[in-house]
Ligand binder design. Structure first.
Ligand SMILES: [Fe+2]
Length: 452
């Protein structure tokens, strides 16, 4: 047994392999391009290190891609083969990987939470729990995991600042924007290469309608996050979203084409970013041309994967927007066959509702989206990401002739965020002939707040 940089013990054959594992963890926190390469070095240095195989399995599953699940299962097998002398903590990780491979993420999540209770400095459990609670829509437990373990951390420990960055994001999702920004800024003062901390503060600025400031925030730190893995596209997405909120739709299209769209990427997170932005552009009446067709090509063969509910509901938009209803049916039917409460009660009907919306069945889409409204959080993702479903509810209401419902939702949004110009713009479009005074007010506010 040797110790990592934070003093946790690992079954490992040499100091060299232990240091290579530490380097992998550091790259993992930085969302670095080189994370996989660092892990490869670790495994070459010690091909029998159980936690290195386990981490490799975790990395494969992070990608939420069906072919990689088979590779994760092989990594799980290897970690088991080399686990004769493993510690209970390592055994717990291997068990969690097995659960995740078997599609039992809830059990894996409980194991990571337990590991953290016993070993608060287990950064692998901390990072995986952060990810898993995020995609379970549970920001309260996401924050609890960080806050309950934080007292074990010392500022001199490697990746201390990255933990601050994770806390910044958890506070943002919990609605504590002041604390989120404070922690995010502190994290970046200590170590500028932390795309997750940049991201956390970007979310806070988005939620607080500080979009011009948000564009500057993301852009000023570009040299520190452009070296990230595909997560850099998510920061580009956030920047595009800020321009969208400001009403600069030409710029959004330009960003989509020149910075966001990666013809070679098939990562689910990139596909979700792309689809979500196209839906937002269409919401404000922009013709997105053949961009849906390009996206559809990427998911055509993936209708039956179902690795992540959040991704599935976005995939549904890619099939339906090009009229591939056979693809929608394949996706929805095979999705239902997978079972599970969140999938059956939220994921499947939401995927169908998104598909209905994108194929023009607005009345059906509106009814389903409104019924699901209180449960959409269960598919995970951030508040900002899930806002697309509320926008679809509004637009489905308008397009199905239910102006009263759309008006009610938009007026609520203007009360919550009076400086959001797009809500006023939409109100200005639907109120003429209904309430001229309110239409005039909305038009004036939109003109004041939007760039075009
Ligand atoms: Fe985000």
């Amino acid at each position: 047994m040797l110790k990592d940089e934070r003093g946790l013990e690992y079954t490992v054959g040499s100091q060299e392999a232990m240091r290579a594992f530490d380097k992998t963890i550091d790259a993992f926190f930085r969302l670095g391009f080189d994370t996989g390469a660092c892990l490869k070095v670790t495994l070459e240095t010690d091909p029998e290190m159980p936690m290195a195989h386990c981490l490799q399995g975790y990395f494969f599953l992070f990608m939420a891609s069906s072919p990689l699940t088979e590779r994760a299962k092989r990594s799980h097998q290897k970690s088991l083969e080399h686990s004769t002398n493993s510690s209970p903590r390592e055994e717990a990780h291997i068990k969690a990987l097995g659960c995740w491979c078997a599609d039992d993420k809830a059990r894996a999540m409980r194991i990571w939470d337990q590991i953290l209770e016993d070993h608060p400095l287990d950064v692998v459990a901390l990072r995986l729990g952060h990810y898993a609670h995020f995609y379970a829509g549970d920001s309260s437990t996401m924050r609890h995991c960080l806050e309950s373990t934080f007292s074990a951390w010392d500022p001199s420990m490697p990746n201390y600042s990255h933990v601050l960055g994770m806390r910044a994001f958890a506070f943002e999702e919990g609605g504590d924007y002041e604390q989120s920004e404070k922690l995010g800024r502190k994290a970046l003062e200590l170590d500028a290469v932390d795309p997750w901390a940049v991201h956390a503060v970007s979310h806070t600025m988005e939620m607080q309608e500080r979009r011009s400031e948000g564009v500057v925030w993301i852009t000023e730190r570009e040299t520190d996050w452009l070296g990230a893995n595909n997560f850099r596209y998510h920061l580009i997405w956030h920047r595009a979203l800020m321009y969208w909120g400001l009403g600069d739709f030409d710029r959004v299209l330009q960003i989509y084409d020149e910075q966001l769209w990666d013809p070679k990427s098939d990562e689910y997170a990139d596909l979700c970013n792309d689809a979500s932005l196209l839906m937002r552009l269409e919401y404000v009446g922009i013709d997105v041309g053949n961009r849906w067709a390009d996206l559809h090509q990427k998911v055509e063969g993936r209708a039956e994967e179902h690795m992540l509910t959040f991704a599935d509901v976005h995939f549904a938009s890619m099939f339906a927007s090009v009229g591939d209803m056979a693809g929608v049916n394949r996706l929805v039917e095979s999705f239902a066959e997978k079972g599970g409460a969140v999938r059956m009660e939220v994921g499947v009907p939401l995927a169908q509702a998104v598909a209905d919306y994108c194929s023009g069945a607005y009345k059906q889409a509106q009814k389903a989206l409104i019924e699901l409204r209180g449960r959409i959080i269960e598919i995970g993702g951030s508040h900002t990401q899930r806002d697309i479903f509320e926008l679809l509810m509004i637009e489905a209401s308008i397009k199905s002739g239910d102006t009263a419902t759309a008006r009610h939702m938009l007026e609520n949004r203007t009360k919550l965020n009076p400086s959001n110009g797009l809500n006023w713009k939409k109100l200005a479009e639907i109120l003429p002939g209904v309430d001229e005074a309110a239409a005039n007010t909305a038009r004036t506010r939109a003109a004041e707040l939007l760039v075009a």
